[in-house]
Write a new protein. Structure first.
Length: 239
């Protein structure tokens, strides 16, 4: 079973982000990937003007329908970061879209102080089953909390996906690279499973993300590491 993470630029447009995700999904399909994850908020972005627009729900519903069709067409599972509007609450979410029509949505538990102004916090971790294996999903700052990964590991998962968008001012983005690389590796070693981190690249909402998406094996070895600026796909094969 081949797993993948896509490193991508996030635009201030749901339509443009949808197009990028569809293109990367087609590339992943050609490479034999079975389950592919995209960065945090990769579908909607963080721009308050987009999230607060009168057409947001309609635009998001249209985009999700396109992704469902593509997952079915490619017979591939997609894990997509997005904003999720539930009633009057807005969540930073990740949705696993599976080709058989099932969907599992996770709401980020550990929000940053900036996110707390816009998003509600999630309550529980997410684990889903696909092709006879179980997979866990967390979002960005969740990686700082080892008990969350342990809870997921207790459910006998094969791999943990971390959807991130490490947007910072340029200097902070530079000095946090090593920390944001070390934490996924630590979670892999502690729980003896693969950890796959999908991160954004480029500028967004006046900040910058320096990529370094990665895949770590259960021993903590780096199977794959992306650069700071390219849209790319990393892969690994589960034994």
């Amino acid at each position: 079973m081949r797993l993948g993470v896509a490193q991508m630029y996030i635009a201030d447009s749901i339509e443009e982000n949808t197009s990028t995700i569809l293109q990367l999904t087609e590339e992943a399909s050609r490479r034999g990937i079975t389950l592919l994850a995209f960065p945090e908020m990769s579908l909607t972005g963080y721009n308050p003007e987009v999230l607060g627009s009168s057409s947001f729900k309609e635009d998001l519903d249209r985009a999700m329908a396109e992704l469902r069709d593509k997952a079915k067409e490619c017979n591939m599972g997609l894990i997509v970061g997005r904003a999720d509007l539930a009633g009057e609450l807005l969540f930073n979410a990740a949705t696993a879209i599976l080709p058989d029509g099932r969907e599992v949505t996770y709401h980020k538990i550990h929000l940053t102080s900036a996110e707390e102004r816009y998003f509600a916090a999630g309550k529980a971790p997410a684990v889903f089953e696909f092709q006879g294996r179980k997979f866990g999903v967390i979002i960005c700052r969740d990686q700082n909390f080892p008990e969350l990964a342990r809870d997921i590991a207790s459910q006998k998962v094969s791999a943990l996906f971390i959807l991130s968008a490490h947007y910072y001012p340029p200097r902070e983005a530079r000095w946090k690279i090593e920390k944001n690389r070390a934490l996924p590796i630590a979670r892999a070693v502690e729980n003896h499973f693969h950890v796959l981190l999908a991160n954004a690249v480029g500028s967004h909402i006046g900040l910058i993300s320096l990529g370094n998406s990665l895949i770590a094996d259960p021993e903590g070895a780096l199977v794959a590491l992306a650069d700071e600026a390219s849209e790319t796909i990393l892969t690994c094969d589960l034994p």
